[in-house]
Design a protein around this ligand. Structure first.
Ligand code: NBG
Length: 828
C-alpha cells in the first residue's frame, strides 16, 4: 500500500474538523474552480463529496489489497438494478464522521443539510428489488464479507415523476449531468458479442469445438463505486458496466470511408447501457433489454474469470473464489454465458463446466406474478444470442433426460420443467428464464416465508419435487443505517441513549426497548420524536406541493410502486367512503387523518396511472371542501424515491401493506415503516406475516382474505358486482367516483377502473373492502388512545430486529454462500 494511503488509514488526523475544512476548501478550489464567495450549492456538494471520497480511498485500496492477497471467496451479487439512494450522507455515517463534517461546515457558515439536498440520487432501480440489492451491499460490507455488486451503469435511471393536472408525467432522469464524484472509471473492458452465427471446427487435439461468429461486438467498461461498511474498514465494490463501441470511431470502417456507419455503430453500442427499463410492463418489443442482460452478465463473468485466473491459479477454482447470486431472472442468462465461456473460450469439457456452474450460481425469486416471470421468444434469442440458444437446448436435453429417468412417462411434467415453453396457443416458443435459473443453480430462494412456501407449491413446484434440498427461504431485510440512522436521527439518538450504540450493527439489541413501553415519560419522548418527523414532512410537503398538513392528525401512509396488486385503489375507496360519511352527517366519529400516497407507475401501465389521477382528484376535491378538510386530508407526494422515502417513513403513524394475499413476495417498505414506529394495517401477505408474529398480533391491524380464502373465492365463482349491490358503503364509494364529482363532471374518466372492479376485480378489492373499512375504523379508535398507541409503536420497534438486512445476509452466507468474513485491519 502506498505510504499516504497507509497513513490515512491509520491516523485520525484526516477526520479532524480542521482537516475536513482544509480539504473541503482545497476541493472546492481544485475540483470545481470556485471559492466560497462564488460557489453554488452544487459546487459545495461536489467539494464535500470529494472530501469524503478522499477519506474512503485509503480503505478501498487496503481492502482490495487484502482480498486479492487472500484470493478471498467473494459474493458476486448480479443485479440489473441497484437503487442506492444519495451517497454523501450515507458515506459520512459509515465513516462516523458526520458530526465533524457538520462542525467544519458550520465554521464556514455553511449548512450541511442544505448541501446534502443538492445530491442527485442514482435511481438505478424500479423499487424493492433494486433497493434490496443496495441494502445487501451495505450489509455485506458492514459484515466484512468480500462482495462485488455487478450491474449496469444506466445513463438514465428510473424516470422522474412529475404530476400535472393530477396525471403522472415522466421526465428523463439525467442523473449524470452534473458528474458523479462517487464512481471511479477503470481500465477493465471486455468484449460482448451479439447476433451472427455459430460454426463448428476441430481444435489441435481433434476435438469438435464451437466458434461464435458474431455480427457485432461491443465493449463493457467498468465503473467502480466503493461501498463502505458501517464502522469497519472494509470497502466492497459496486462495479457497473457502461457500453461502448470498440473505439470511439471504428477505424476500419472509417478507413473504407463509411464514416456515418462508424458513427451509427458507436451510437448503437452506447444504447445498450442507455436507460433502465421500468418494470410492470409487458415484455413485448424489449429486445434491447435482453441485450442489456447479456451485456452486463457477460462483462461480470469475464471479470470474475480474470480474477480467478489471477489469484487462484485455474478456473477449476472458480467456485472457491466466487459465488454468483442471481437477483431474479434478469441475470439468469449468465448460466448459459458461463457455460459458453468455459466450454468455447476456455476449452473446458461440458460435464466439468456444468458441474462448476451448478456449484457457483444461486437464484433468488422475487415474484409470483406470472406476467413478471421472464420468458424470451426463441426467435429473438436465435437472432441475438445464437450460441446461447444452442447451449440452452443442450442443457435442456440433458436435464430432461435425467427427469425422464425419475418420472417415467410423465410428459406433462416434462413440458412444465422444460427450459422451453413450446408455446401451444400463446404465439411461439419461448425460453423460460426461471427454469434456466433453477436448473443451473445450487440454491433457490424466496424472499419471505409465505412466498417461499408458495413458490414450492405453485410456480416452482416441479422443481421443488425434483430438488427439495435446493430450496431456502431468505426473508428480506433492510439496512438500519439508512432507514433509521440517516432517515431518523432523533430516533437513533434515543436508541443510543436507551440501549447503547450497539443496535446499529445488531438490530436485535432494540429488544431492550421493550420495558420502556411501560414508561410514561419515555412514551412522551417517543411521541415528541414522531411529532417532529411529521412536522418535518409537513414542512417539506408545504414547500414542494403547496399543501399544508396538520402534524397532529393520524398520518396514514402508502408509498411504493403503483400497482393494482398493491391496491392503492382499496385505500382510495376508504378515503372516498370517509368523505361520503363526512358529507352526510356533520360530526361523525371520524379520527382526523392525513393520507399520504407516493409511488411511480410504469409509463405504459394505464390502470396504475389512472389510480394516480384518482388519488390526486380526490385530494383536490377534499382540499377545496373547507369542512371536510378539517378532518381529512390527502396528498400525493411526487417522485417517490429513496431520498423522499427517508423523509416519509419516520413520519408515518400507520403503514399501509394491503396487497391481495399471495401477491406481494415480501415487501421491504413494510419493514422500514415498522423500524420507524408505524403500526401496520395489512393482509397476511409477504413479510407482513412475519412482521405480525414478531411484533405481536395485538400490535398489528390485520384484515382481509388469506391465501386459501383467496383461492376459495376464485373457485366459488367470484362476483364483485354482487358485493357492490349488497354493501351500501362500497356502493356509495364507487357511485361517488362515477358521479363525476372528482372529475369535473366527467362520469367516464374513472370508468375503466370502476368497471374493472365490478366486472373482474382481479385483485379482490371488493372482496376485502368491508373488512378493510372495519379494520380502519378500529385504527381510528385505537389512535385516540395515545398512550396505548405509543406502547404498541414502541413494541413494534423493539421487536423489528429480525428485519435488518444484516440478519438476511448472515443467513444467505451461512446457508448458501459460505464466504468467510475478512476484516480489513490496519497493518493486516
Ligand atoms: C419485488 C417484490 C417485493 C419484494 C422485492 C424484493 C420484483 C420483481 N419483486 O415484494 O414485488 O420485496 O422484490 O425482494 O420487483
Amino acid at each position: 500500500m502506498p505510504d499516504t494511503a497507509e497513513r490515512a488509514l491509520h491516523t485520525r488526523i484526516a477526520r479532524s474538523v480542521d482537516a475536513i475544512r482544509r480539504s473541503f476548501a482545497d476541493n472546492l478550489f481544485y475540483v470545481t474552480g470556485r471559492t466560497l464567495e462564488n460557489a453554488t450549492r452544487l459546487d459545495l456538494y461536489t467539494a464535500l463529496a470529494f472530501t469524503i471520497r478522499d477519506r474512503m480511498l485509503a480503505r478501498m485500496v487496503a481492502a482490495e489489497e487484502i482480498y486479492q492477497r487472500r484470493g478471498a471467496k467473494t459474493v458476486a451479487y448480479l443485479s440489473a438494478e441497484f437503487l442506492l439512494g444519495p451517497h454523501l450522507a450515507n458515506n459520512m455515517l459509515n465513516l462516523k464522521i458526520t458530526d465533524n463534517v457538520r462542525e467544519a461546515m458550520k465554521g464556514l457558515n455553511l449548512d450541511l443539510d442544505a448541501i446534502l439536498e443538492a445530491e442527485e440520487e442514482p435511481g438505478l432501480g424500479n423499487g424493492g428489488l433494486g433497493r434490496l440489492a443496495a441494502c445487501y451491499m451495505d450489509s455485506l460490507a458492514t459484515l466484512e464479507i468480500p462482495a462485488t455488486g455487478y450491474g449496469i451503469r444506466y445513463e438514465y435511471g428510473i424516470f422522474e415523476q412529475a404530476i400535472r393536472d393530477g396525471w403522472q408525467m415522466e421526465v428523463a432522469d439525467a442523473w449524470l449531468r452534473n458528474g458523479n464524484p462517487w464512481e471511479l472509471p477503470r481500465q477493465h473492458r471486455y468484449p460482448v458479442k451479439f447476433g451472427g452465427h455459430v460454426e463448428r471446427y476441430r481444435d489441435d487435439e481433434g476435438r469438435e469445438r464451437v466458434r461464435w461468429i458474431a455480427e457485432s461486438t461491443i465493449y463493457g467498461i467498468a465503473y467502480d463505486t466503493p461501498i463502505l461498511g458501517y464502522g469497519v474498514l472494509n470497502v466492497n465494490m459496486l462495479r457497473l458496466w457502461k457500453s461502448e463501441a470498440r473505439e470511439s470511431f471504428d477505424l476500419r470502417a472509417f478507413n473504407v470511408g463509411d464514416y456515418y456507419g462508424a458513427v451509427n455503430d458507436m451510437v448503437a453500442a452506447q444504447n445498450i447501457s442507455k436507460v433502465l427499463y421500468p418494470n410492470d410492463e409487458p415484455e413485448a418489443g424489449k429486445a434491447l433489454r435482453l441485450r442489456q442482460q447479456h451485456f452486463f452478465v457477460s462483462c461480470s463473468l469475464q471479470d470474475m474469470i480474470r480474477l480467478t485466473l489471477r489469484d487462484n491459479g485455474g478456473l477449476e477454482h472458480f467456485a472457491e473464489r466466487f459465488v454468483v447470486q442471481l437477483n431474479d431472472t434478469h441475470p439468469a442468462i449468465g448460466i448459459a454465458e458461463f457455460m459458453r465461456l468455459l466450454v468455447d473460450e476456455h476449452r473446458m469439457e461440458w460435464d466439468a463446466a456444468w458441474a462448476l456452474t451448478r456449484r457457483s450460481f444461486a437464484y433468488t425469486n422475487h415474484t409470483l406474478l406470472p406476467e413478471a416471470l421472464e420468458t424470451w421468444p426463441v426467435e429473438l434469442f436465435q437472432r441475438t444470442l445464437p450460441r446461447h440458444l444452442e447451449i440452452i437446448y443442450e442443457i435442456n436435453t440433458r436435464f430432461l433426460d435425467d427427469v425422464r429417468v425419475r418420472f417415467i412417462d410423465e410428459p406433462a411434467r416434462l413440458a412444465r420443467l422444460s427450459l422451453i415453453d413450446e408455446g401451444a396457443g400463446n404465439g411461439g416458443r419461448r425460453v423460460r428464464m426461471a427454469n434456466l435459473a433453477c436448473v443451473g443453480s445450487m440454491a433457490i430462494n424466496g424472499v419471505a416465508a409465505l412466498h417461499t412456501e408458495l413458490l414450492k407449491s405453485s410456480v416452482l413446484r416441479d422443481f421443488h419435487e425434483l430438488w427439495p434440498e435446493k430450496f431456502h427461504n431468505k426473508t428480506n431485510g433492510v439496512t438500519p443505517r439508512r432507514f433509521i440512522a440517516l432517515a431518523n436521527p432523533p430516533l437513533a439518538r434515543l436508541f443510543d441513549e436507551s440501549v447503547g450504540e450497539g443496535w446499529l450493527r445488531d438490530l436485535g439489541q432494540l429488544r431492550a426497548l421493550e420495558p420502556y413501553a411501560a414508561d410514561g415519560a419515555f412514551r412522551e419522548r417517543w411521541r415528541a420524536i414522531k411529532r417532529m418527523a411529521k412536522a418535518r414532512l409537513a414542512d417539506r410537503i408545504r414547500r414542494t406541493c403547496g399543501v399544508t398538513l396538520d402534524p397532529d392528525t393520524l398520518f396514514d401512509v402508502q408509498v411504493k410502486r403503483i400497482h393494482e396488486y398493491k391496491r392503492q385503489h382499496l385505500n382510495v375507496l376508504h378515503v372516498v367512503s370517509l368523505y361520503h360519511r363526512l358529507r352526510q352527517s356533520p360530526a361523525p366519529d371520524v379520527t382526523p387523518r392525513t393520507f399520504v400516497f407516493g409511488g411511480k407507475a410504469a409509463p405504459g401501465y394505464r390502470m396504475a396511472k389512472l389510480i394516480i389521477k384518482l388519488i390526486n382528484s380526490v385530494a383536490d376535491v377534499i382540499e377545496r371542501d373547507r369542512q371536510v378538510s378539517q378532518v381529512l386530508r390527502v396528498v400525493f407526494v411526487p417522485d417517490f424515491s429513496v431520498k423522499t422515502g427517508q423523509d416519509i417513513y419516520p413520519a408515518a403513524d400507520l403503514s399501509e401493506q394491503i396487497s391481495t394475499a399471495g401477491k406481494e413476495a415480501s415487501g421491504t417498505g413494510n419493514m422500514k415503516f415498522t423500524m420507524n414506529g408505524a403500526l401496520t394495517i395489512g393482509t397476511l401477505d409477504g413479510a407482513n406475516v412475519e412482521i405480525r408474529s414478531a411484533v405481536g398480533e395485538e400490535n398489528f391491524f390485520l384484515f382481509g382474505q388469506t391465501v386459501p380464502e383467496v383461492e376459495a373465492t376464485w373457485r366459488a365463482g367470484y362476483r364483485p358486482r354482487a358485493l357492490y349491490e349488497r354493501d351500501p358503503d362500497l356502493r356509495d364509494a364507487i357511485d361517488l367516483i362515477n358521479s363525476g364529482l372528482f372529475s369535473h363532471g366527467d362520469r367516464d374518466l374513472f370508468r375503466p377502473l370502476t368497471d374493472n372492479l365490478l366486472d373482474v376485480d382481479p385483485f379482490l378489492v371488493c372482496a376485502d373492502f368491508r373488512d378493510y373499512i372495519d379494520c380502519q375504523g378500529r385504527v381510528g379508535v385505537a389512535y385516540r388512545d395515545a398512550e396505548q398507541w405509543s406502547r404498541a409503536s414502541i413494541l413494534n420497534v423493539a421487536r423489528c430486529g429480525y428485519f435488518s438486512s444484516d440478519r438476511a445476509i448472515q443467513e444467505y452466507n451461512a446457508d448458501i454462500w459460505h464466504a468467510t468474513a475478512l476484516p480489513v485491519t490496519p497493518g493486516a
